[in-house]
Design a protein around this ligand. Structure first.
Ligand code: ZN
Length: 265
């Protein structure tokens, strides 16, 4: 599908993994075609030390790419204090706009919940020290997450983005009662045929708190499921969101991403 009809749309992909090896050989071409495909900027999400470093490098080479640095909960078993110092050092880069993705993920058997909590809290401290917002990965750990957010409220003062948000409307409201500026981003999953409940939550999300993302190479929107996801597919998600809201949210989601991340081009 040709996406050049979306030129000048100026959307922001608030969470992508362009340094993933699946993009080897075509990364530069994809980045060069951002503008043609309706994309103004992409935030590259770190998930461990290597991807955080790679994000720093990619953002240095391209004006419209920024990055986040952090260790994903699925790596809670193997990190060291030295790695955390390194994350902090990487995050001092002026194109690093947040600490993330960090959080809790109890999906896999053997997930060490205590280690995940410790890793998450350590990175919240880094975010607080550097006055950076956080990008949160949350999967099957809703109540523990809520308790941490409540207990450590002040650690989220620079903002929090719950990426690929998949919880209930009630849960979102609960978070917004703690901090009305918390943000939620949605990706290709809102286009899936069986995602009616996710769309219901999306529709209840306050428009000023809503961001777009691809989480590429994962979460390719319908009808492209099975293909590697890329930033250009964000147009499909944006179209779906506009259809659900009944008006164009394009300018608003871009402004929200710029405000949340403090993007300076
Ligand atoms: Zn991600």
């Amino acid at each position: 599908m040709d996406f050049t009809a979306y030129k000048n749309r100026n959307l922001i992909d608030a969470h992508a993994h362009l340094t993933d090896s699946r993009f080897d050989g075509k990364r530069e071409e994809i980045i060069e075609s951002f503008f043609e495909n309706g994309i103004k900027a992409v935030i590259e999400a770190g998930a461990d030390l290597i991807s955080s470093r790679d994000g720093a490098k990619l953002s240095k080479e391209h004006n419209n790419i920024f990055f986040t640095a952090g260790i994903h909960p699925e790596y809670a078993d193997g990190y060291s204090d030295k790695d955390l110092c390194e994350i902090k050092k990487i995050a001092e880069n002026k194109k690093c706009l947040a600490i993330g993705e960090i959080g809790l993920d109890y999906h896999y058997d053997g997930a060490d919940r205590l280690k995940q909590e410790k890793l998450f809290k350590s990175q919240l401290e880094i975010a607080k020290e550097l006055k950076l917002p956080v990008v949160i990965h949350l999967r099957e750990a809703a109540s523990d997450m809520l308790n941490i957010v409540k207990d450590m409220k002040s650690y989220f003062h620079s903002g929090a983005l719950f990426h690929c948000f998949s919880q209930s409307t009630e849960y979102m409201k609960e978070l917004l009662r703690i901090n009305e500026e918390f943000c939620f981003s949605y990706g290709g999953a809102v286009t899936f045929k069986n995602a009616e409940s996710r769309r219901e939550v999306l529709k209840k999300t306050p428009i000023e708190n809503l961001l777009l993302e691809t989480d590429c190479p994962y979460m390719t929107p319908h009808p492209f499921r099975g293909e590697t996801n890329e930033p250009k597919f964000i147009n499909i998600t944006a179209d779906k969101i506009n259809e659900l809201f009944g008006y164009s949210t394009d300018k608003i989601t871009t402004a929200n991403a710029e405000r949340f991340y403090g993007i300076k081009y």
